[in-house]
Each structure stands twice: as C-alpha cells, then as structure tokens.
Design a protein around this ligand. Structure first.
Ligand SMILES: Cc1cc2nc3c(=O)[nH]c(=O)nc-3n(C[C@H](O)[C@H](O)[C@H](O)COP(=O)(O)OP(=O)(O)OC[C@H]3O[C@@H](n4cnc5c(N)ncnc54)[C@H](O)[C@@H]3O)c2cc1C
Length: 376
C-alpha cells in the first residue's frame, strides 16, 4: 500500500471508530486505565490492519514504508486517542528485537507487542548507572543452557505491567565496561523477579524498581552476541531518542492548539508564543527528516541526539508557556482539563532525563557530530 492510500484509509477508519477508541477519563484517571486503554487501541488498530503496516511480514506485519507506522502514531496523538509516553515503547523496543532476536523468537513475540496483547519494558538503568551505562552491574552467569541473573534495575517504565523485558546484564568482569555486556529477553513472570512501582511527581506509577534474584533465563533468549550487548543498546537508543518520539510532536502541537483555543484574550504574549511555535516546528521538521532516513533504510545513530534535545526543549517550552499564560490551568482543581495541563507540565520535566539526559545528548553532539574533543 502507498502512504497516500494508507493515510486516507486510516483517517476514514478513525472517523468511523473514534468513539470506540476515545478514552473516557476523568481527572482521577489511574495509570492502570491508561495502560489498559492503550492495549485496546493497539488491538483494534492491529485487527483492522493499520498497526501492521510498516512492520516486516516475518513479525506479523504487512510490510511497506515505516512512514505508515509513523503516521498511525501521529494520527492517534492528534486525535487525543493515546497517552503519548506509553505509546512510544513499541517503537523503542520492537525494531531492536527484530534485528537481534532469533528470527523464531521475534516472529513469536513481536506480533503480541504490536497487538497490545503484551507490554514490554526496557531494563537498562541501575541505581548507580544511568548516563554511564557501560558500567552496569546486574550480573548474568552462565549455567548450562541458561543464564542466572542477579541484580537490580531502576526507572524501568511499565515493568509492573510487562510480560517481557529487554535486559542488559554484565557477563564480563566488573572492569570489562561496554565490552562485557549481554542483552537478554526475559519473561517477567520468571521466578525470582520482584517489581516495585515508584510514584513519580506527576502522580503516575510510570516506572519501577526491578530486582532479579538468581533468575533463570534460557540462553536462546540472548539478543545478539554474548558480550555484544553494547551493540544492542547502541541500536536501541537512537530509536528511543528519535523515531519513537514522532507522535510526541503531534501531541505537542495538539496541546499548543488547545492552549490557543482556550487561553483568555491577551493571556498569551505574542513573542513568547512565536518562540514556542518556532521550536515546535523545528522539532517537527527535524523529526520528519529522521523518519524519512529510517524509511530509506539508513541506520540511525548519534545524530538522533539532536532530535532528543529538540524534543526536550520544545516540550518544556510548551508547558512553560501554558504555566505563564494560564496559571489557573495548572492550579489545583478537579476538572479534567486542569489535571491534563498539570500532569503534562510535571511530566515535561522528565523530558531532559529519559532516553539519556540533555547534558549527555549535548556531549554526544559535541564529541561525535561536531568533532569537539575526543570521543569516549
Ligand atoms: C520518565 C522516565 C522514564 C524512564 N524509563 C526508563 C526505562 O524504561 N528503562 C531504563 O532503563 N531507564 C529509564 N529511565 C532512566 C533514564 O534513562 C536515566 O534516568 C537517565 O539515563 C539518566 O541517568 P541517571 O538517572 O542515573 O542520572 P545520572 O547519570 O546520575 O545523571 C545525573 C545528572 O548528572 C548529569 N551527568 C551525568 N554524567 C554526566 C557527564 N558525563 N557530563 C555531564 N553531565 C553528566 C546528567 O545529565 C544528570 O543531569 C527513565 C527515566 C525517566 C525520567
């Protein structure tokens, strides 16, 4: 199918089914409801075919340009049918799984993620290892045809709902750095895993601590090479920093449009508004270029740090504008609109942290793209 045909068909289908896909959330919406609603949206769009376009046929897709799946996320976010943060996880995890898992494993599990039958999580960060990922300590020891995993992860988004985890483990010596890491695909119901949700300041238990106590993982769940997990991480992070954020651009423009429509006359300073609109379009234009590069089959790399910096600065600017222009929108109250602004404002503070902090992205841009100083 061509993109033009896909867009027209999807738009018509969404017009018809929007009422079934619309979340009916009040101000006290629980995170559980948002996760459950996302599964519903994925199931309906998968069963109607839309969620399958842009993914390879060997993992349940229908083939075609990756721009189709980008447009699906954009259309759902523009119509306010998804919570954009949790929608991203598919675009973060599935491409790397397709690249590095045994073909049979990818064929068995990726369709379940696409259809919303399963939720997956990403176990990279640890209590003393976020930016310096190469020093992670969660240990995997070989035991016959299994790995035995012991250690801790933290800030693991959606772990309390997850059926599987893409987990980075230390298989080399503690000093082996990025050369001694192995990536595993772990069933979250394996004996020995304990998940403790963490309440974030925007009121959602989005992420968790995850403890592994001698957890058995079959060796055929290894992603990529033994001790080659760094390549898996370096493949995944560019998606997390760019293409998985495309629909977030639509979400931010939707929020800006809502602000323009609802702000009292004179509340928005035209210069401030112009600045934020310009940032939103710069992010959108950059993100569009990245989507087209992926669609052409180019490998994404360090340059996606530019996308991540633009997203983070734009998202915070949009919510700062709302907070300045309509302080009442963020005031304590019980209407759904105020709750939405408040939650969005607080969550926007995380944009300079998740997927790699803003300082680290600027460091990558300086060293690897601008050739300022040596690459570490
Ligand atoms: C909402 C949210 C969801 C997340 N979801 C996940 C998830 O699903 N899975 C997962 O594995 N992780 C997840 N994370 C964790 C995230 O990847 C880390 O928080 C991030 O990489 C930063 O690591 P850290 O928290 O250990 O901070 P640190 O690395 O300790 O950094 C602390 C501060 O020091 C700065 N800093 C550190 N090193 C340098 C340096 N060399 N130069 C300049 N400044 C530096 C950082 O920029 C930051 O400001 C999530 C985080 C958030 C906020």
């Amino acid at each position: 199918m061509e993109l033009r045909e896909f867009r027209a068909g999807l738009d018509a289908w969404l017009d018809e089914h929007e009422h079934e896909l619309s979340p009916e959330f009040g101000p006290d919406v629980a995170f559980d409801q948002e996760v459950e609603h996302l599964s519903l949206v994925k199931r309906m769009t998968y069963d109607a075919g839309w969620m399958r376009w842009g993914w390879p046929e060997r993992v349940g897709g229908l083939g075609g340009s990756t721009l189709m799946r980008a447009y699906l996320g954009e259309a759902l976010a523009s119509r306010d049918l998804i919570e954009p943060g949790i929608y991203s996880m598919t675009e973060v995890l599935a491409p790397t799984m397709i690249e590095f898992a045994r073909p049979e494993l990818a064929a068995e599990t990726v369709p379940r993620l696409l259809r919303g039958d399963e939720t997956w999580c990403q176990g990279f960060s640890e209590p003393s290892t976020g930016s310096n990922l190469g020093s992670l300590a969660c240990r995997a020891r070989r035991d016959g045809d299994s790995w035995r995993v012991t250690g801790q992860k933290v800030w693991t988004s959606l772990a309390q709902y997850a059926h599987r985890c893409v987990l980075l483990t230390r298989t080399g010596t503690p000093e082996s750095g990025s050369r001694g890491i192995t990536a595993l695909f772990v069933d979250m119901d394996s004996p020995g895993i304990t998940v403790r949700p963490i309440r974030a300041m925007h009121g959602r238990d989005e992420f968790c601590e995850v403890f592994f106590d001698d957890v058995r993982v079959p060796t055929d769940r290894t992603l990529g090479e033994v001790d080659g997990g760094w390549a898996v991480a370096m493949d995944l992070l560019p998606y997390e920093r760019s293409t998985s954020l495309w629909h977030r651009s639509a979400y931010l423009r939707q929020r800006l449009g809502h602000l323009l429509a609802t702000a009292p006359d004179g509340a928005l300073d035209p210069a401030d508004l112009g600045e934020v609109v310009q940032m939103a379009f710069a992010f959108h234009a950059r993100s569009r270029g990245t989507q087209h590069r992926m669609a052409r089959g180019e490998r994404l790399g360090a340059e996606t740090s530019v996308d991540k910096v633009l997203l983070a600065t734009t998202e915070q600017a949009v919510f700062d504008l709302a907070a300045d222009a309509v302080p009442a929108a963020l005031a304590v109250g019980d209407d759904a609109d105020a709750d939405r602004w408040r939650t969005g404002f607080l969550y926007s503070r995380a944009a300079t942290i998740y997927g790699g902090s803003a300082e680290i992205q600027r460091d990558i841009i300086a060293r690897r793209l601008l050739d300022l100083g040596t690459d570490r």
